[in-house]
Write a protein that binds this ligand. Structure first.
Ligand code: UT7
Length: 369
């Protein structure tokens, strides 16, 4: 019998409607559209509305991924959410997603590996599926970076945006799917990209707020140098582990931090620049959410063909880095789903949601007693 493998069978994304353009930023800090475009490749980013949070975006991206997979929420047995901007320190954002989607049978937890979070979460879910512990996993990355970026710090406010991306992973005994995973870290660089306060080291006080310690701080130059070295290294490693050569890679889907980092990495890999998928022009850096949103758009633009060797590669705070090599298996465009099936599926979604809502109400009633 063939070994258990993990396939991506569903994908989805959500980005907020509001756009923040480079011109908008020109009116706020000492910067220019020309500087931002030439130094980063970014033209605009999406910013959440007041009602939106990391969880609300994750729920929408996750629901889209379930729809594409054609799987009801009660078949999901694992939810992992990668985020550095959770709704609360606890409970996990994954638990909020679990309840909202009605995934009543799923274990749920968050992974914190900053911009590498989605790759780490995929690695963990892949192992849990291959080992036979779970069969269907929903892996989501979601970030509301606009809530931790100092709007007056031109070093960071021009770079980051909000959004969420998700995939459904399924155990199969077919060929392809996730071939190899590589992850790494170097905590000696922890201070290069950090949100100093809000944790147990500097809990929130009037002073931490006044000193702006709840905003992220970044040494951009050092992160730039680190990224241009680690991206090609992580790509080479995961491709070698999968038993291929770098020139076999059909598409690299990199963390969307800076077009210059991606171009430098592709040069070091001796790959043509157009083999890297880019969408940062429209979204900026969405930390962990960058890779799954880019993956979704690459699929929907027809950039992935069945059998293609694809590499997802990320890097970020920690410092952390990671890569996943996969042989693409899902068809595109998707087969049409009949009306009856669609209505049946929607009813299933609603039923799963109401079950958990009733349970939540019963907790409230018990608390009042
Ligand atoms: O997900 C991981 C998170 N972070 C990253 O990946 C960020 C990695 N780093 C970068 O992408 C780049 O280092 C930046 C985009 C942050 C900066 O680009 P750079 O080419 O490294 O610029 P720099 O820091 O060397 O600054 C060049 C000049 C400086 O002026 P002087 O000293 O040459 O007069 C800066 O003060 O550009 C100035 N500058 C700006 N000017 C206009 C810095 N930020 C801005 C700005 N607008 N927003």
């Amino acid at each position: 019998m063939k070994a258990r493998t993990t396939q991506i069978v569903g994908w989805g994304k959500y980005v907020p409607e509001r756009r923040l353009t480079n011109q908008d930023l020109e009116g706020r800090v000492d910067t220019s559209d020309e500087w931002i475009r030439s130094r980063t490749g970014i033209r605009e980013r999406r910013i959440v509305s007041q009602e939106e949070t990391s969880a609300t975006m994750a729920i929408r991206a996750g629901a889209s991924a379930l729809r594409v997979a054609g799987i009801g929420p009660r078949r999901i047995d694992l939810i992992i959410v990668a985020t550095i901007t959770p709704d609360h320190p606890f409970p996990s954002t994954a638990c909020l997603v679990q309840a909202a989607l009605g995934a009543g049978r799923a274990a749920a937890f968050d992974v914190g590996a900053a911009c590498t979070g989605f790759v780490y979460a995929l690695g963990v879910a892949n192992d849990m599926i291959r080992s036979g512990t779970y069969d269907n996993a929903l892996v989501i990355a979601t970030e509301t970076l606009s809530r931790i970026v100092d709007p007056m710090d031109r070093n960071t406010c021009v770079l980051f945006g909000d959004g969420a991306g998700a995939v459904v992973l399924q155990a199969t005994r077919g060929d392809g799917g996730i071939l190899s995973v590589s992850m790494g870290s170097d905590g000696s660089g922890a201070e290069l990209l950090i949100q100093p306060a809000g944790g147990s080291r500097f809990p929130a006080t009037r002073e931490t707020v006044e000193e702006g310690l709840h905003y992220m701080r970044m040494n951009g130059k050092a992160i730039f140098r680190f990224a241009t070295h680690v991206m090609p290294r992580a790509t080479r490693e995961v491709v070698r582990k999968a038993g291929f050569r770098v020139e076999d890679v059909a598409l690299v889907i990199p963390h969307q931090a800076n077009v210059r980092i991606i171009e430098a990495a592709m040069k070091r890999l001796h790959l043509p620049p157009d083999r890297a998928y880019l969408n940062l022009e429209r979204y900026g850096n969405m930390s962990a959410a960058s890779i799954p949103v880019a993956l979704c758009e690459a699929i929907e633009e027809g950039r992935l063909k069945q059998g293609d060797l694809v590499v997802l590669v990320g890097f970020g705070a920690g410092l952390t880095w990671g890569s996943v090599a996969l042989s693409w298996t899902a068809p595109w465009p998707l087969e049409k789903v009949s009306w009856g099936h669609r209505i049946w599926r929607r009813l299933g979604f609603r039923w799963a949601y109401w079950r958990l809502l009733l349970r939540r109400l019963s907790y409230r009633i018990l608390r009042r007693r």
